[in-house]
Design a protein around this ligand. Structure first.
Ligand code: CA2
Length: 151
């Protein structure tokens, strides 16, 4: 049987992880996060395709690509979760499950930030546990996929 592949997608500015605002987003870099995800993938027995972009259209293309190329998506869309109806629509437009993650607790942050459009299309949301949201999101996605396979 083929090994399940999941996409771990990162949106704008997450390439700056560990380089700016470590008190908010943690001291580790995006490469550290990738390694954390690789370790979790080995535990879960899946492969990951880990990517980051600063461009909305590219993120949309990757979401579309998952429809035929992956079993599901774990996504930290950064500010695009709150601003992009196109991202919401792209997630609605595919049938593979999408788990939304955020390093910080987005419900605790500045009132001027809009709430997430993406949450309305995702199967679930994990936020506020620092970089652990990445392996937690992967585990949640795999449990969800296993439950779907069992019925
Ligand atoms: O908490 C998260 O993971 C966020 O997705 C991060 C976004 C923010 O807009 C979301 O509301 C919550 C911001 C990503 C910016 O990434 C940086 C990383 C290091 C330094 C500066 C920005």
């Amino acid at each position: 049987m083929a090994i399940r592949k999941i996409m771990v997608l990162n949106g704008p500015n997450l390439n700056l992880l560990g380089l700016r605002e470590p008190e908010l987003y943690g001291p580790g870099t995006l490469e550290d996060v990738r390694l954390l995800c690789e370790a979790e993938a080995a535990e879960l027995g899946v492969r990951i395709d880990f990517r980051q972009t600063n461009h909305e259209g590219i993120l949309l293309d990757w979401v579309h690509e998952a429809q035929t190329g992956a079993a599901g998506i774990v996504i930290n869309a950064a500010a695009l979760a709150r601003t992009s109806l196109s991202l919401h629509d792209a997630v609605k437009g595919i049938t593979v499950p999408v788990v939304e993650i955020h390093i910080t607790n987005i419900y605790q942050r500045d009132a001027w930030r809009p709430s997430s459009y993406l949450s309305k299309a995702a199967v679930g949301v994990i936020c506020g546990f620092g970089h652990d949201v990445y392996p937690l999101g992967m585990r949640a996605l795999c449990n969800h996929l296993n439950r779907k396979k069992a019925v």
